[in-house]
Ligand binder design. Sequence first.
Ligand SMILES: [Zn+2]
Length: 468
Amino acid sequence: MKLITLAAVAAITFTTSAFGNESIIPVSQEIKDTTVNLRDKAIKDDSAYEILKSLTTEVGARHPGTPGEKAGIEWGVNKLKTLGFDKVYTEDVKMNGWLRGIETAEILLPSYQKMVITTLGRSKSTPKGGLEAEIVHFKSYADLEKATDGSLKGKIAFISKRMEKFKDGAGYGPAVIARSKGHELAAQKGAEALLIRSIGTDDHRNPHTGSTNVAMGYTAVPAIALSNPDADQLIRLIDYGHTPKIRLNVQTQDLGPIVTKNVIGEITGREFPDEVVVIGGHLDSWDLGTGAVDDGAGVAIAMATAALIKNNTKERPRRTIRVILWGAEELGLIGARAYAKARQEDGTIANHVIGSESDFGAGPIYGLQSSSNVSDNALHVIDTMASLMGTLGVSRRSGDTTGGPDMIPLSKLGVPALKLMQDGTDYFDLHHTPDDTFDKVNPEHMRQNVAAWTVFTYIAAEWPGSFK
Ligand SMILES: [Zn+2]
């Protein structure tokens, strides 16, 4: 109650001072004209789609510790150079690697059936040849919490909660706890393994992989996701009064310490080269598909945006545009955390003017949201961005944002952020599955994304005022 009152008073004070404040710096007509010109070029430009085609075809999956990841990093450096970025470099990031191996599952009783599964990130292996046990069904993580500790000895805990589909991905949060922390809870209850319904919204026979809350080593028990139709099959058997007995065999490998990289390309600012606008996507991907919507699309959108601005303006924008192809996002924002920590230590965090990441697939953008730490004196700039995105079907939205997963560590250190909100209705049909491939991406949507990103990025780099 007290907090709300104080915040309300603060808001009124700031608003009042902002209205009477001569220090508000307008977005000049020249900036607006250039922005419109860039936007209208971007909407006809297929370079992001072409970049994505190259990444997903000539490289493919980019899971840390694999040759694909190495090839992806090389691809990133070469592509940024080819696109004419002023500065291209990489930064080493230390992490612990993990690889999947064999993964099979069968229903043994009461009716034989092969199931389609995938191993979750950093899962430990089952005994060689697999483990056979009856499953115990829980409708949610919360239901498994209610079981008595140690009561699942010799059993496999099965959590069947289904992720709900929303445009903004709001179903992910409530469902994903089963994936991230279910293994610990299953171990606490004495289970031999954790089996979850995939965190995904499709009805195809594709399992969805994803990370657990383990940073190094292995999960407490083997942790496995099965496709939605296979989860439904188990539930039907249970509804008929059976206790299904299944065999799970997953073999995985802890790679120990490995090095990944953030790949960085810059368009150097003409007036304030040390001030940076950060945009990007994550270069790593899960290993099942080719990482097209997660997050090759984001990588391609950011690269194409910066290149388009460089190629279609007489001079470089005032500030530096720093495109970061983040490393090892999927295993816990590892590249992003290392980047933010290094900037905090060397003091350059203060030079980060504003940032955003594209990491929600390749659907069209419909909204523009800003973080609550954007100064009242700069809100009119965000409104201008939104209005110049209006022809693209984008409108200004309320709420707070960290600007995307890899922006979270920077956001925590006070860097203002924007979110270019994408329609993610179908995103979790594909997310972390073998179906995350280039053919799912609509070139028209990619152009619309780059057009909106161009508006944000150019104005952020060219408008001379402060967002803080
Ligand atoms: Zn992602």
